[in-house]
Design a protein around this ligand. Structure first.
Ligand code: AMP
Length: 187
């Protein structure tokens, strides 16, 4: 089963992806984690993206699309993907459709974790203290929220009229969200 977890930064996509990884024996595909690793390992990609990431801007579609391609075509991960933070643009959504079709896969469910802006700000501030993420200062948070509203909203519209689209109240407790998702997945 392949799943997309969708929602603004701080909606709890990463936490839910980790819970579902364990329950489904699937693999989290977090482009944010992959990009942070590129920076940490000081790779050529890392050097290119460090500025846009610390400013809360999106990394180029081409870079992100290239990173996920290998994962989609990895036979160990086939039909076991949990996308967290991808796709974020219409270009990426179309690229994902193409890669899935080319690898004889599909998306089974899109979960939209919907959270209000002030809840998000509080959550991200807490996460900043716990995880010491360099892209989590308040200005970056607001920039990331605005970028989400401007650029990712059309992706939401792209998925929201499909029958496998499920909206979940992302303001609920972590365990409540997980159980709502697993009820729908019947696992
Ligand atoms: P995340 O950990 O998913 O919140 O992502 C952190 C940052 O990584 C974002 O603010 C973007 O700068 C970058 N990023 C992650 N995923 C993508 C993506 N699919 N497209 C473009 N940029 C991304």
């Amino acid at each position: 089963m392949n799943i997309i977890l969708f929602g603004p930064p701080g909606a709890g996509k990463g936490t839910q992806a980790k819970n579902l990884e364990t329950k489904l024996n699937n693999f989290q595909v977090s482009t944010g984690d992959m990009l942070r690793d590129e920076i940490k390992n000081n790779t050529e990609i890392g050097k290119k993206i460090i500025n846009s990431m610390s400013e809360g801007k999106f990394v180029d579609d081409q870079i992100v699309n290239k990173l996920i391609k290998n994962i989609i075509f990895d036979p160990k991960k086939k039909d076991k993907l949990i996308f967290d933070g991808y796709p974020r643009t219409i270009e990426q959504a179309k690229n994902l459709d193409m890669l899935l079709a080319d690898s004889s896969q599909k998306i089974d469910f899109v979960f939209f974790l919907n959270v209000k802006k002030d809840t998000l700000i509080k959550r991200i501030e807490k996460r900043k203290i716990l995880e010491k993420r360099s892209d989590d200062d308040l200005n970056t948070i607001l920039k990331r929220y605005d970028t989400y509203m401007e650029t990712t909203k059309p992706v939401l519209d792209y998925y929201s009229n499909k029958s496998n689209f499920k909206e979940i109240d992302g303001g609920l407790k972590i365990e409540e969200i997980t159980s709502k998702i697993t009820d729908i997945l019947k696992v």
